[in-house]
Design a binder for this molecule. Structure first.
Ligand code: URA
Ligand code: URA
Length: 205
C-alpha cells in the first residue's frame, strides 16, 4: 500500500520545523515505488523565505542526475521566464508534485502524487509563499481540482488556503508549442504585478 504511515507518521512530517530537516527526512522516503527507479529525491531549490513558489510535475533525467528541480531544457526556459519578470532564486522557491523521477518521464500516478503530498504540503507551510504558480496540468490537478483543465484555468487567480494560485502552461509545453509563449508571459506578468503589490519590486542581487 502507498503512504505507509509506519515509516513516516504524518505528524513527524507536520512537526518538522525547518526545510533542511524536512529535506533530510524526505531523502529517506519510500512511500511509493518511484524511489526504486530514480537516483534520489529532488527536494526543491530557492529561497526558504520566498514569497513566490513554482510547482512543476516531477524531476526529469537531468533533474534526477543533479538532484535539483528544473535544471534541464524546461528549467532553462523557466529561468529565462523568471528573469524576464525580474525574479531569481533569491525571490522564489521551486518544487514538484512528485520528488522522484517517474520512469521514462511518464506522468506521475495519482497514488504517487498522493504519497508525496505530505512533503510538498509541509514544504509550502514552512516557506509560506503568498503566491504559487502551478506549471501545467499535473500541478493544477493535484493542487486544485483533479478534473481541472490547464487550457481553461490558466491565467486566472485561484485563492485556496490563504494562497493565491496562478496556473499556467508548463515550460516543457512551450518548448513543443510556440503559441503558448504569449499566454504564459501574460500569466507571469499578472504574477509579477501581484508580487509587486504585496512585496514591492524584487531586489536584483
Ligand atoms: N519538469 C518538471 O515538471 N519538473 C522539473 O523539475 C523538470 C521538468
Ligand atoms: N499544457 C501544459 O502546459 N502542460 C500540460 O501538462 C498539459 C498541457
Amino acid at each position: 500500500m502507498f503512504g505507509d504511515k509506519t515509516l513516516f507518521p504524518q505528524n513527524e512530517i507536520d512537526k518538522c520545523l525547518s526545510l533542511e530537516d524536512l529535506s533530510v527526512m524526505a531523502a529517506g522516503c519510500r512511500k511509493c515505488g518511484l524511489r526504486n527507479g530514480c537516483s534520489g529525491v529532488v527536494f526543491g531549490k530557492g529561497s526558504p523565505r520566498a514569497g513566490l513558489m513554482f510547482i512543476g510535475e516531477g524531476p526529469g533525467a537531468e533533474e534526477d542526475r543533479q538532484g535539483l528541480p528544473f535544471v534541464g531544457a524546461a528549467g532553462q526556459l523557466l529561468d529565462r521566464i523568471m528573469a524576464a519578470a525580474g525574479f531569481n532564486l533569491n525571490h522564489v522557491y521551486i518544487a514538484n508534485i512528485v520528488k522522484c523521477r517517474p520512469p521514462g518521464n511518464r506522468v506521475p500516478a495519482r497514488e504517487e502524487a498522493w504519497a508525496c503530498r505530505p512533503w510538498l504540503v509541509r514544504q509550502i507551510e514552512l516557506i509560506n509563499p503568498a503566491i504559487i504558480v502551478l506549471l501545467g496540468s499535473v500541478a493544477l490537478q493535484n493542487m486544485i481540482d483533479p478534473d481541472a483543465r490547464i487550457t481553461r484555468m490558466r491565467g486566472q487567480w485561484i485563492e485556496k488556503s490563504g494562497i493565491e494560485f496562478m496556473p499556467t502552461y508548463h515550460p516543457a509545453a512551450l518548448l513543443r508549442d510556440e503559441t503558448k509563449k504569449r499566454p504564459v508571459w501574460e500569466d507571469i506578468k499578472r504574477v509579477r504585478d501581484r508580487y509587486h503589490q504585496l512585496f514591492g519590486e524584487p531586489e536584483t542581487v
